[in-house]
Design a protein around this ligand. Structure first.
Ligand code: GLC
Length: 432
């Protein structure tokens, strides 16, 4: 699993592209960040937690728990937009102006390389956190060149939500391949006015990168390999992209799904408008709600993502807490992160929100598995999930992917042309 570390020397570190930093196996489990880091994490007092929109609804509760215990170290939540790209933009802006307004940053797993390479976040002492209790793949996402910068507090893996009531009534099993999914739609959708076959996150933003990568990986292709080399101009990648493109053409993917981020899709699924929905675990609790907000409570189930010839592959998602270099009260920030990553918080958060924990043992806990039957599948999906490239210029890589996938799905370019042009853009972005 050890990927090759490959560094491209550029004029400025900010412009440097670093590949393959997912290298595992750091033996540096003691003080990953040396005495220098320990000295930097000082200061006790109020702090902020900067995060994307809390679509799960339990974050303020968790923070209240800390605030009650720490009246002099109050944590104030600063909520950024729901869209991952917009969250990153605001965090980057805060860092480049060296503002102390943001203390703890809830970083998407894809941003570690950029924030670490630019020295916008502190290296953290590994021994302060229960890293051996967390799913190893999640811990790797917090590392950059074997130093540890961001503590995994929630993981994420893609799941196929489906209307079990409608499939059961039609005598159809949950699909494990795309053709089974299409056959199920052909059978069930025409008899149910207002129902569409399939949606995922297809708006032009990070979610589309995730969905495109999953389609390519689920057809046996690769976007950027572990060797750091892009490889999208292939028959496999085309089959993956064509699953999405053909879906739009045939109407299996409704036109309006091309404007869906996570929340728009969730609302459509909850309104009973979708037979199948590719979505993260957080949707489970919301769609199960019995307060009238969901039309599908008790009517849906969750399966692994389907693929071309068998089960597909999820993209690894999730979020890690890091400490801004420019913040005050870093000792409070460190202690707050320890509180948030603790098993108790993760258990309660899972129970309340169905967000995927990073704490391994929670996936095997019988009471939790009974409440969230998909946990066993989810753990497998996270364990073998494909990482997005761990590169400093990740946003440019992702934008190129979004451009290609969006254009092909809109029909403004063919899959062949989109992939050919994507391959050359990615080669340019990743060249030595
Ligand atoms: C989820 C995932 C994150 C991903 C984002 C895309 O929040 O946890 O990793 O980048 O969705 O929309």
């Amino acid at each position: 699993m050890v990927a090759q570390g490959r560094v491209v020397r550029g004029a400025a570190l900010a412009a440097t592209l670093v590949l393959g930093v997912s290298a595992c196996g750091s033996s540096d489990s003691g003080s990953g960040a040396s005495g220098q880091t320990q000295a930097a994490l000082e200061g006790v007092g109020p702090i902020t937690l900067v995060t994307g929109k809390d679509t799960s609804g339990n974050l303020q509760n968790q923070v209240n728990g800390w605030n009650q215990l720490h009246p002099d170290q109050q944590v104030k939540i600063i909520e950024l937009p729901e869209n991952a790209d917009e969250q990153r933009q605001q965090m980057v802006q805060n860092a480049t102006t060296k503002s102390d307004a943001y203390t703890v940053l809830n970083l998407d797993v894809i941003w570690t390389a950029e924030f670490a390479a630019n020295q916008w976040v502190e290296a953290l002492p590994e021994s302060e956190f229960p890293l051996d209790k967390l799913i190893p793949a999640t811990v790797e996402t917090g590392k950059y060149f074997n130093k540890f910068y961001a503590v995994p507090t929630t993981s994420d893996g893609g799941l196929l939500y489906y209307r079990k009531d409608l499939l059961d009534a039609a005598g159809v099993k949950a699909p494990t391949t795309w053709s089974e999914l299409e056959a199920a739609c052909a059978k069930v959708v025409p008899a149910n006015p207002g129902l569409s076959c399939y949606a995922g996150q297809f708006e032009k933003y990070e979610g589309l990168t995730v969905n495109f990568s999953e389609a390519v990986n689920s057809a046996g292709g690769t976007v950027v390999g572990d060797d750091g080399k892009p490889n999208v101009n292939t028959a496999e990648a085309k089959k993956g992209l064509d699953f999405l493109v053909q879906g739009v053409k045939s109407g299996e993917i409704p036109q309006k799904a091309r404007t869906f981020k996570e929340e728009e899709g969730r609302r459509a699924f909850q309104a009973g408008e979708l037979l199948f929905h590719r979505q993260w675990p957080y949707q489970y609790a919301k769609a199960e709600a019995t307060d009238g907000s969901s039309q599908v409570a008790g009517k849906f189930a969750v399966a692994p993502l389907p693929g071309l010839d068998g089960p597909g592959a999820s993209t690894l998602g999730g979020h890690n807490y890091a400490i801004s270099k420019f913040a005050k009260n870093k000792k409070s920030a460190l202690d707050f992160i320890k509180y948030m990553v603790d098993e108790k918080q993760q258990r309660e958060n899972l129970e309340k929100t169905s967000l995927a924990p990073t704490w391994s043992s929670l996936y095997d806990d019988p009471a939790l598995v009974q409440k969230f039957p998909y946990l066993t599948e989810l753990k497998k999906s996270i364990d073998k999930a494909k990482k997005r490239p761990a590169v400093v210029k990740y946003q440019e890589v992702s934008s190129a992917i979004q451009e290609a996938a969006y254009g092909a799905m809109a029909g403004t370019t063919t899959s062949e042309d989109a992939l050919k042009s994507l391959q050359s853009k990615l080669e340019e972005l990743t060249k030595q």
